[in-house]
Design a protein around this ligand. Structure first.
Ligand code: SAM
Length: 322
C-alpha cells in the first residue's frame, strides 16, 4: 500500500465520466459557457479498467461517479455495468439532478444506493441565476422519486453571500423534513475564483457565519463523523442531521484520502495542486505491465497532497470531477 509521511493513503476514488455539463454554475465556470466533453475522453471500458487497476494498486475502497454531469454522458450505462462487476461495496454518484428521474431505473439496476445531489436554492429565479441552466422542478421531482425508492440522499449546497444565503434555512428544513442530509460546502478557490480573490471574498461564507444563521432557528449539536470524513456533522435533535465541508475554516488535508481520475485519463492526487499524471496509455496494457507503472505514478500523486490547508487551484472542478 502506498502511504505518505502523514499516514495518508488513497481510499476514495472519484471518476469524472465526462467534463460536459448541462449547467454552467457561477462558482464553477466564469462566463456562463457550458463545458463540453473533451475530444479525447476515454471509453467506459477504459475508465472502468482504471477503477479496477486502482483498486489493486492503491487499495481503493469507495467509488464516486461524478463529472461534469455524469448523467449526460453516453458512457454512463457501460461504465455502471462494468464497475458493478468489480469488488466494491460502495459506489455512489454526484449529480445536479436535472436528468435524475429518467435515469433512476438505470442507477437502481446498477446497485447505486447513495446519491449526492447539488442544489443551491429552492427559489426558481435564483436557481436559474446560479446554475445558468436547468429547471428546479425537474431536480426536485427526481430527488423525491429517489427518496421514495429508499435511496440515501445528501444534498450539496454552496452558500454564497449575495446569492443564496436566504436559502440556508429553507433548504435545511426541506431536507430535514424528507430525511435527506444537507451538506453545506464552503466556497472553494477553484477555477476563476482562484484568480479573482475579490469575487471569492465577496461571496465566501464561513463555518461560523453559517452556524450562527442556523442557530437562529434550530438547536443542534456536533456529532462524530466517520473516520476520514471531510464533513463536520451536526444533529438537529429529533429532526435529523446536516454537515459542513469547511475547506477553508477547518481544512481536512491532513486526513484526505481522495484520488481523482478525469474522463481523459489523468490522475489528480489533490484538488489544490496543478500536478496531474496521465494513465490513459497504461489502461490499454495488461495488468502485469500496468500495475507497477501505475504504482510509481500513485507515489507522485500522493506527494501532490497539501500538508495542512487547501489553497485552491485554477483548475475547473467540472474537468477533474468535483
Ligand atoms: N454535476 C455534478 C453536480 O452538480 O453535483 C457533479 C460535478 S460538480 C463540479 C460537484 C460539486 O462541486 C457540486 O456540488 C458543486 O456545487 C461543487 N463545486 C463546484 N465548484 C465549486 C466551488 N468553487 N466551491 C465549492 N463547491 C464547488
Amino acid at each position: 500500500m502506498i502511504v505518505d509521511r502523514q499516514g495518508r493513503r488513497f481510499r476514495n476514488l472519484r471518476v469524472s465520466l465526462t467534463a460536459a455539463c448541462n449547467y454552467a454554475c457561477t462558482y464553477c465556470v466564469p462566463d456562463g459557457k457550458r463545458l463540453v466533453a473533451a475530444q479525447d475522453e476515454l471509453s467506459a471500458d477504459s475508465l472502468a479498467r482504471g477503477v479496477a487497476y486502482l483498486i489493486e494498486a492503491a487499495g481503493i475502497e469507495r467509488l464516486r461517479i461524478t463529472g461534469g454531469e455524469p448523467l449526460v454522458s453516453q458512457r454512463l450505462e457501460g461504465f455502471l455495468a462494468a464497475v458493478a462487476r468489480l469488488d466494491l461495496d460502495d459506489i455512489s454518484l454526484t449529480t445536479n439532478g436535472q436528468l435524475l428521474a429518467r435515469k433512476l431505473p438505470q442507477l437502481q439496476a446498477a446497485g447505486i444506493r447513495r446519491l449526492n445531489i447539488s442544489l443551491d436554492t429552492l427559489d426558481p429565479q435564483a436557481f436559474r441565476r446560479i446554475a445558468r441552466g436547468g429547471d428546479l422542478a425537474s431536480v426536485l421531482a427526481g430527488m423525491e422519486q429517489a427518496g421514495a425508492l429508499g435511496m440515501h440522499i445528501k444534498v450539496n449546497m454552496v452558500p454564497m453571500r449575495g446569492q443564496n444565503l436566504d436559502q440556508v434555512l429553507p433548504l435545511l428544513d426541506y431536507c430535514l423534513a424528507r430525511g435527506f442530509e444537507l451538506r453545506f460546502i464552503e466556497l472553494m478557490r477553484m477555477g476563476h475564483l482562484a484568480r479573482d480573490h475579490n469575487a471569492f471574498l465577496q461571496q465566501f461564507v464561513g463555518l461560523d457565519q453559517l452556524l450562527t444563521l442556523i442557530a437562529a432557528q434550530h438547536a443542534f449539536v456536533q456529532v462524530d463523523a466517520p473516520p476520514g470524513a471531510t464533513a463536520l456533522r451536526y444533529q438537529v435533535p429529533g429532526k435529523g442531521h446536516f454537515g459542513v465541508i469547511a475547506n477553508e475554516s477547518v481544512p481536512f488535508c491532513r486526513s484526505c484520502s481522495r484520488l481523482r481520475l478525469s474522463s481523459t485519463g489523468w490522475l489528480h492526487g489533490c484538488l489544490s495542486s496543478g500536478n496531474r499524471h496521465y494513465i490513459g496509455d497504461l489502461l490499454e496494457k495488461p495488468r502485469h505491465q500496468a500495475l507497477p507503472a501505475l504504482q510509481r505514478l500513485l507515489v507522485k500523486a500522493l506527494a501532490d497532497k497539501q500538508e495542512l490547508a487547501f489553497s485552491g487551484d485554477v483548475m475547473v472542478m467540472k474537468v477533474i470531477g468535483g
